[in-house]
Structures are given as C-alpha cells and as structure tokens.
Design a protein around this ligand. Structure first.
Ligand code: F7E
Length: 359
C-alpha cells in the first residue's frame, strides 16, 4: 500500500505516455514524492481500460492525486489545452512510438508522435507564456547514436539508423533549440535500453523472459527471434525514472546519458534468462538455420525468424553515464541479475493468474 504525502503537495507533474513502462514507474515515483500527477493517455489505451491502464493499476497509481487526461501529443490543440488546464511545474514527455522495428513500417506516424509531439509541447509552453514556470523533460534515446562506435556519451556523434532514431534525434534537437533560443527549461534524457517487469512483451527481453517462464508449464513451440548478435546496454527502468526526476531538479537544464555501463548481446541475454531457470542452451547451426537446443532434452527452444530482422541494425550500444554520475550523483542501483530475476518472477505470477482465469 502506497501512502501519499497529501497536504504537502508541492508540485504538479504532467506525464505524456503515462500508461507505458516508464510512465507508470515515473507516476508512482512522483506520487511517492508528494506530487500531484496528471497523465496523458491515448484514447485507445483509455478505452481499453483493463489492458491500457494495467501498469497504472498494478503500481496503484490510480487514486486521488492522479488524474488521467486523454489525448495525443501529436494533436497540438489537445496538448496545449491539457497544459493550460493542468498548469504543471514539470512536464515529462514520454509519449512515443517506441518500437524500433515498427517504426520502419509506420515512419510517418513515428515522426508525428516522436518529433512533432515534443514540438507541440514546446510551442504550447511558449505560446501560453509558461516558460518561466515549467520544466520539460524530453525522452531522448540511445537509438540516436546509431552506428557510432561504443561507448557513447553526450559528446558522441549521432547517426541514427531507424525512422525511430531519426525522429528521436529531431525531438532532441528541437528541445535543445528551444532551450538555447527561447530560454525554455528543457533537458534531454538520452536513455539506453531499460527493462523491467512492465516492459512491453514485443521487446526482446520481455519476449524471452515470458517464454522462459511459460516453459515451466510444459514445452510447446520454439521461441522465434531475430538478430542475436546485437549488443545492448540493458539497465532497469526503475533506476532510469529516478534519473529523469534528478535531471529535472538540476540547477541548469542539460542533456544526460543514463546507462548501466555494461553491455550484452541478445544471445547472451537469452542464455542468461534460460539458465536462471536451469535450462542450458546449446547453439547449433548458423544464420537463419541456427537453433537453440535444450542441452538436456534436445527440445528446440529458440529458432531464428527473418521477420524479426530489421532493414538496418544497430550493432553495439554501450553507454557512458559519467556526466549523470558527476553532476546529478545518479547511479543505477538495480543490477542485471536482479532485473532478470524480477522480470521472470513477474511473468511466472502473471502466467499462474492467467491459468486460474484471473489474467
Ligand atoms: O531490441 C534484437 C533487435 O526491440 C533489442 C526501445 O525501448 O531501446 C529499445 O529499442 C535488440 C535489437 O529494443 C528480436 O534486433 C532480436 O537489436 O528490445 P528491442 P531496441 O530496438 O534496442 C531503445 C533505447 C529505445 O529507445 C527504444 O524505444 O534485440 N532482437 N530478436 C529482437 N528485438 C525484438 N523486439 N524482437 C525480437 O524477436
């Protein structure tokens, strides 16, 4: 049971994309700090209450100090009117079309939400003459670095290689531009991959942990994956939302990388997830014919499916978060092993609830 500091409400926050992984954790974090929180959710998430707001329910966010506003960052009128009526002290722009592969299928929508969205927020704050009172956090991404050699930090060049990365880079530059030209208080959090039990199940980590947890109920069919060689810096979302808030409390608005500083390939992640429940994978074959086989039973656990390959892949992301450590005193507290354990434990619970008809 979470307690709010009630009478001590000092600040109001508006979170766009509040129904997502980061939005839900951030809302919980800010409520625990005594904030009044306003969350923007897309109409379809709002209507699909059970699924759309499932993370907010799970973290007990819905309550007297939390209000939902439905809308869309790509609708300039809507976001301006929500900002006008809620008068937030802090705006966290987390709304995004965040799946990199999907962004290749719907590049224009990605751009509308990811680039136009922050532009609409910046313009609304400026046109409403709220620049003196509002601070803005823009969710930038390590996808903006693209092919640039690891490790990457705030000074690294940026050569994105997906429509998602390009749209995020446009958003990043717009935030910087409004800070430098109009004096808006805007910071960019350049976040490397961050996972958690609330990660969407079409991202590779959760896809894998869910499959591993399901195996306990019997072997069905192999897990289909794409490129196993990509290397990512996998941190925990719960640490990263704390970092977002720390950026917003800094004296000056600035841009910060948040990363764990450790990188693993997708293959190594798969090995770690299976071995945490006692399965050892033997990799056989190569390329599209490669199989991950259970060393004990010979069951094929993993196969490769071309459908999960991207037109262009980002090979190696490894973040250097020294600036956030030095200036904000931010450091990750949840290690890789714990994150993996929490994800698998959560999936086991969900699966058993589903088995009882409660899912
Ligand atoms: O892929 C490979 C895939 O979709 C990770 C988003 O939060 O982090 C995330 O983007 C890697 C890629 O995340 C499958 O090719 C293999 O190399 O989990 P992901 P992402 O693309 O790194 C950044 C920082 C963001 O900002 C994004 O919003 O895994 N991979 N097989 C696969 N990926 C998926 N999704 N599914 C597979 O079957």
């Amino acid at each position: 049971m979470h307690k709010h500091k009630g009478a001590m409400v000092q600040k109001k926050a508006l979170i766009t994309g509040v129904a997502g992984q980061d939005g839900a954790y951030l809302a919980r974090f800010l409520l625990d700090k005594g904030y009044e929180v306003h969350g923007l959710v897309r109409w379809d998430s709002y209507v699909a209450k059970r699924d759309g707001l499932r993370r907010l329910n799970l973290l007990e966010v819905l309550g007297p100090y939390f209000s939902i506003h439905y809308g869309d960052v790509s609708d300039a009128h809507n976001i301006a009117s929500v900002i006008k009526s809620t008068k937030p002290d802090e705006i966290y722009n987390l709304a995004a079309l965040s799946h990199v592969q999907v962004s290749f299928d719907v590049p224009a929508s990605s751009f509308d939400i990811n680039a136009h969205g922050i532009l609409n927020i910046l313009e609304a704050v400026r046109c409403l003459d709220m620049e003196e009172r509002v601070r803005i956090y823009q969710a930038s991404s390590s996808e903006m670095f693209g092919k640039v050699p690891a490790p990457q930090n705030e000074m690294s060049a940026m050569q994105p290689c997906s429509p998602y990365g390009v749209s995020k880079l446009a958003g990043y530059h717009l935030a910087r531009l409004y800070r430098e030209s109009y004096g808006l208080w805007v910071c960019n959090g350049i976040l490397f991959n961050h996972e958690s039990p609330l990660r969407g199940e079409d991202f590779v980590t959760h896809k894998v942990t869910r499959y591993v947890a399901e195996l306990e109920h019997g072997y069905q069919k192999p897990l289909s994956l794409g490129n196993l060689e990509a290397i990512r810096d996998w941190g925990d979302a719960r640490d990263y939302v704390r970092g977002m808030w720390m950026m917003m409390q800094a004296e000056e608005p600035d841009d910060f990388v948040l990363a764990s500083g450790q990188a693993l390939s997708v293959r190594a992640f798969v090995d770690a997830a299976f071995s945490s429940l006692g399965y050892q994978i033997e990799w056989r074959g190569s390329g599209l014919d490669e199989l991950g086989v259970d060393a004990e039973t010979g069951n094929v656990l993993v196969k490769i499916d071309e459908a999960f390959y991207r037109p262009l892949e980002l090979d190696h992301l490894l973040g250097d978060a020294s600036k956030a450590k030095d200036i904000l005193a931010w450091k990750p507290e949840i290690g890789f092993e714990q994150m993996l354990r929490d994800m698998i434990e959560h999936d086991r619970k969900i699966i058993s609830l589903e088995g009882n008809g409660d899912g």
